[in-house]
Design a protein around this ligand. Structure first.
Ligand SMILES: CCCCCC/C=C/C(=O)SCCNC(=O)CCNC(=O)[C@H](O)C(C)(C)COP(=O)(O)OP(=O)(O)OC[C@H]1O[C@@H](n2cnc3c(N)ncnc32)[C@H](O)[C@@H]1OP(=O)(O)O
Length: 355
């Protein structure tokens, strides 16, 4: 059966109302069929290899070859209807409660900042960096907030930087991404260096990259025995950040820090605790119960005494930490433009069909 122009237009509207993201592969198929149905065979010059998104779109469209417009229109309508059970097309586009990527809650003097992209292992997007930064700024000024906790929802604490942060190229290209990324990274880490109240990491599962390095700036790190600590910077053509080039050698000595930061050795929770990166490890079965009971008790301690003690312990290091952060952010800006880094990201994203 043919699909009419009206069917095609309805299908286009239905796509906008889908509640669930159909995933990149399906979105590329939809794009390609739409272009074929409206313009015919691919007529655009092939985008450059670093223009990830446009290249993926071009590849998808070009792969359809000379499929007739009529057939592309029908395939588009069929594909949309396979994605749209009747409950999907009710027209409501409200966000489901709890669907935010960063969930911030406050109770009993504890501000909890929870990374909430469990399906992506809590990989941190640009928007999430900004939201965490704003939450830290707000909670540092909130008199009702005594301690602040960063944790993850699901089986991971966080898989670190979302590697697709590098693929959505603005008009200024990869250079602009590297420059704005470096500024954001510096501001983000500065905020952890300056945070005035007790800052606790509740590491509920594996941690990767920046989720690990930042731990050197926390006041206590409680980990489930399921957690692991992995900084595969060299494998990604990147370099250390989060002040870890300074804090890790101080915490665990240069020999152990180098194994992690240069060679990408992954530590278990017990190993990280033995190295001084983790304060205490708990069995996963009782982790949440034990840790939150302890944090509730800590949050009842006199807040000003805790704040002043933190200042006494940390203030001598602050200037040094800001300088290290600036250096690391500049080094990474250069790394993000390197072939080593591009190839590593392309490898990850192609493995995950994200290109
Ligand atoms: C402003 C910029 C600041 C930058 C600061 C610099 C920071 C640097 C870093 O943090 S470097 C570390 C970067 N992270 C990684 O290299 C980890 C990459 N991910 C993995 O290696 C694996 O996904 C895993 C080991 C975390 C988990 O493996 P597995 O259990 O096999 O699950 P999947 O791989 O199937 O993952 C499920 C789902 O999540 C997506 N995903 C996971 N991590 C990331 C990520 N870091 N970036 C983007 N997407 C990620 C993965 O693609 C899967 O998605 P899919 O289901 O395929 O749609």
């Amino acid at each position: 059966m043919r699909a009419s122009q009206k069917d095609f237009e309805n299908a286009m509207n239905q796509v906008k109302l889908l509640k669930k993201d159909p995933g990149n592969e399906v979105k590329l198929k939809l794009y390609a069929l739409y272009k074929q149905a409206t313009e015919g065979p691919c007529n655009m010059p092939k985008p450059g290899m670093l223009d990830f998104i446009n290249k993926a779109k071009w590849d998808a469209w070009n792969a359809i070859g000379s499929l007739p417009k009529e057939t592309a229109r029908k395939n588009y309508v069929d594909l949309v209807s396979s994605l749209s059970p009747s409950s999907e097309s009710s027209g409501r586009v409200d966000k489901e409660p709890g669907s935010e990527s960063v969930v911030i809650t406050s109770e009993d003097g504890i501000t909890k900042i929870m990374l909430n992209r469990p399906a992506q292992k809590n990989a941190i997007t640009i928007q999430m960096y900004q939201e965490i930064l704003s939450a830290l700024e707000a909670t540092s000024k909130d008199d009702n907030s005594v301690i602040t906790v960063l944790t993850g929802n699901g089986d991971y604490y966080s898989s670190g930087n979302d590697l697709t942060n590098f693929t959505n190229l603005p008009p200024g290209g990869i250079e602009e991404v590297a420059k704005t990324g470096s500024i954001l990274l510096r501001d983000f880490v500065d905020c952890f260096i300056d945070f005035p109240k007790p800052l606790i990491a509740v590491v509920n599962g594996p941690a990767v990259g920046i989720a690990v390095t930042l731990l050197g700036l926390f006041d206590a790190v409680y980990a489930s025995d399921r957690a692991t600590f992995h900084t595969p910077f060299t494998q990604l053509g990147q370099t250390a950040e989060g002040c870890s080039s300074y804090t890790f050698p101080k915490i665990m000595g240069p020999a152990k820090a180098i194994e992690m930061l240069i060679f990408g050795k992954k530590l278990t929770a017990h190993e990280a605790c033995a190295q001084g990166l983790v304060t205490e490890v708990f069995p996963d079965s009782t982790f949440q119960k034990e840790v939150w009971a302890r944090l509730k008790a800590y949050a009842k301690l006199p807040p000003n005494a805790m704040r002043i003690s933190k200042e006494l312990i940390r203030h001598n290091e602050k200037e040094k930490l800001h300088a290290v952060n600036a250096e690391e952010s500049t080094a990474l800006q250069g790394r993000w433009l390197s072939e080593e880094c591009m190839n590593a990201i392309i490898n990850f994203l192609s493995r995950k069909s994200k290109l």
